[in-house]
Design a protein around this ligand. Structure first.
Ligand code: HPA
Length: 277
């Protein structure tokens, strides 16, 4: 068997032994939503390092576990802490948890992250609904022998962030009176932030926000036929756009400052998506 698929199957069996729960929506918690776990009626948690062969996250502030439970009655699985490419894992490991959540039953993938704003109309603390992405600066998670059980060799990517889910997110933000920007996310490898010239390049390429995750997960999910949507928390403007150096502390402080609204938006969007499913 394909070793990537074999590893995935092993992790799936390991999780299945620990929990018997079928999520409808999978939610990836980015920076600033780290304590979102508190809003979940928890049925079970599984620490990543208790799953045999699972890539374990090392970034500060990222807890590594799946939370299974209900958000306002909606059956969900949440990833509290993701696996990043810059940690040194191959892309197939980076997207393993995404694939696992689909195998557990999730049909929708709701991605969140912290990102740097590239668009001069954005401000730190804004939220941006992802309408599309660019990820040519990191390898595709689908490189290697295709896992035919998961999806096609040459999958279409014309509609990753589904228009109907986009409409729900837009309407939800309006309903809550929360400002929601829209734009294209570009995934870069990190862990260093961009140079001012790289920021300019990304803007010229058509990106509105830059980050170090998310697009690879979206590609893997789309490959498997999941419906994807995503919101970035714009924690800062890209390097060089303001006359101050950028730090991880600033990113975390902004994410924490707007966390209450971010949680409100995500919770209501999940309720509205589930009604529609
Ligand atoms: N660049 C890349 N990733 C990020 C940034 C940024 O400016 N801010 C938060 N994540």
């Amino acid at each position: 068997m394909n070793p990537v698929y074999e590893k995935l199957q092993k992790c799936y069996e390991s999780v299945k032994q620990k929990v018997d729960f079928q999520p409808e929506i999978a939610l990836v918690l980015g920076s600033g939503l780290g304590d979102y776990g508190e809003s979940i009626d928890v049925v079970a948690t599984v620490n990543y390092n208790d799953i045999e062969g699972f890539p374990v996250s090392t970034v500060e502030g990222h807890k590594g576990r799946f939370i299974f439970g209900y958000i306002e009655g909606v059956p969900v699985v949440c990833m509290q802490g993701r696996v990043h490419y810059y940690e040194g894992y191959p892309m197939t490991d980076v997207v393993l948890p995404t694939r696992l959540m689909k195998m557990m039953g999730a049909k929708v993938l709701f991605l969140t992250n912290a990102a740097g704003g590239l668009n001069y109309d954005f401000q730190a603390g804004d939220f941006m609904m992802i309408t599309d992405h660019i990820m040519n600066f990191v390898p595709s998670p689908l490189i290697g022998p295709n896992i035919n059980e998961l999806g096609a060799r040459f999958p279409d990517m014309s509609d990753i962030y589904k228009k109907d889910l986009q409409k729900i997110l837009r309407d939800t933000a309006k309903e809550l009176g929360i400002k929601l920007q829209e734009g294209v996310y570009i995934q870069l490898s990190g862990p260093n932030y961009e140079t001012p010239t790289e920021v300019k390049m990304c803007r010229i390429l058509g990106a509105d926000a830059a980050g170090m995750s998310t697009a690879a997960e979206a590609v893997a999910a789309n490959h498997m036929g999941m419906k994807v949507c995503g919101i970035s928390c714009i924690t800062n403007l890209g390097c060089g756009m303001l006359d101050v150096p950028l730090s991880h502390t600033e990113v975390q402080e902004t994410a924490d400052r707007v966390a209450v609204d971010f949680k409100k938006l995500v919770t209501q969007a999940i309720i509205n998506i589930y009604k529609y499913m």
